[in-house]
Design a binder for this molecule. Sequence first.
Ligand code: M6R
Length: 616
Amino acid sequence: MCGIVGYAGPNDTVEALLNGLRRLEYRGYDSAGVAVIDDTGGVSVRKKSGKLVNLEDLLKASPLEAAGTGIGHTRWATHGGPTDVNAHPHLGDDGRLAVIHNGIVENFAELRDEVTSRGAELLSETDTEVVAVLLGLETASGKDLETAFREVVQRLHGTFTLLAMHQSEPGKIVAARHHSPLVVGLGEGENFLGFDVAAFVSSTRRAVVVNEDNIAIITPDSVRITDFTGAEVDFEEYEVEWDAGAADKGGWSSFMAKEINEQPEAIANTIRGRIVDGHVEIPELTALGEDRLKEIDRIIIVACGTASYAGMVGSYAIEQWARIPVEVQLSHEFRYRDPVLTDRTMVISVSQSGETMDTLMAVKYAIERGVTTVSVCNTQSATIPRESDAAVYTHAGPEVAVASTKAFVAQITALYLLGLHLGRVRGTLSAEDEAAAVEQFETLPEKMAEAVATHEQIAQLAHWMADTRSVLFLGRHVGYPAALEGALKLKEIAYIHAEGFAAGELKHGPIALIDHGQPVFVLVPSPRTSPLMHSKVVSNIQEIRARGARVIAIVEKGDTAVLPFADDVVRIPLTDALFDPILQVVPLQWFALELSTAKGLDVDQPRNLAKSVTVE
Ligand code: M6R
């Protein structure tokens, strides 16, 4: 969703803003704009619908001479279409102040009526312009920017990261957050604001997270943080782990291709330091206290999209090792069902960004009801891990492509480690199961590298299937959520109709979809470690083949049982059945990427989608 950047300092302001916006492009957007205090001391704006390149062209045609303070925005449309007029920044106080905003102002209709009744004219359809105009009415009445800003943010309902600057106080930017993130970047004689650290990581790795309902006030030489009443708040800086290079394509054709290739390293990073003397130990869980972990009698995993599929895969392993009933709920459904929660429930949220609003709201709901909350997250110091009782970071490195890949396998890995930790502490994990799982973890990065090497074979397959209009994916047990994930990837980036099914469900309806030539990917479980499920899936393959399906089987090396019934066979390394989906999903990721590329689509930034969904 929206990207937000603020810059106060002596360097090229427009370039600092564009650089930040480029690094936030991954968030997804449909228009972009910047506002600066210009060399005449006034506020100047350039904004344009479409991609950042349109704004860059506009800036070439009509350059801005900035005097050192500016704000920049990429907008994902909510109120009003993605037009030039609706793009941010929006102006108030007769063009003397500029505002950018992420989120939704829920009481905007009421505020719009108020500002129009006070004589203001609105140019756009956005909630943000109403805020800019309201703020302008306050500054025009003689209040300084900080006072006016504090008064206005206290009147807003909904969610916001809001930045404002006024020409009467050049060099200063004020920024507030409410259920939407905000980070300050600390430079030498320059300071930054960003929706996340990507906005400034190429200039500084010193950052400060602005807490909920706080306001940051930056100038080139100072940073202050207050609450909404104006009381000063102490803050701590931290060192950003991700370096700027990690968020570059680094020679790959797309971020997604780069991130698929990074999966062996991502998994190794998730495991690193968490296996000690043959035991899985997650210090963040240890800190919760053994008694608390022993008392847990139910786990609910909350997540959205790909993260929810990782949660589904993880639920099988946690239940098996820790013998606790685990269910997975979509974050946006969770609180509306009035879930039964007790002080013995644990809610585990899974989120790459740690900022997904639906998941954040589910976690807050759980916290209010006194349950133990654990966050499995990839993004350091994001809101969800900070709000939760414990944070288990996946350490997969920045994921930029909208389609999640390395975060998915790292999330499953983290959930498995969590299941093993719980099983050990609760005494439900046998020594043999623990040793077997640890052995799997030790070889997993290597096996992942082999799975990544299926690329060439999949590229050929995709080439032959470039005109495919619909693809089905089948899996059983942990293969079922992996099938759902394969289907989601194809929908997201290749815009091809795709469905994932539990293989056993086929005869209960979906088999009617099978027609001559219908492509079906089948995730075949390991015959060595899961012979019963394997034989069932082979039967399912025969059933669909008999009805004309074109079968592409993802099988373990050495599995010959499917050969007579499959049109194509993709081989992945030998592993235990529970670990299958971590490897089986990789050819499915490549398939989606290749079909997207063949159709000439934007692999990294598919239409209508944002990397992290920060509105409900
Ligand atoms: O940042 P999160 O993991 O919370 O995001 C959740 C989903 O929005 C995300 O996984 C989405 O489904 C991906 N784009 C899928 O590739």
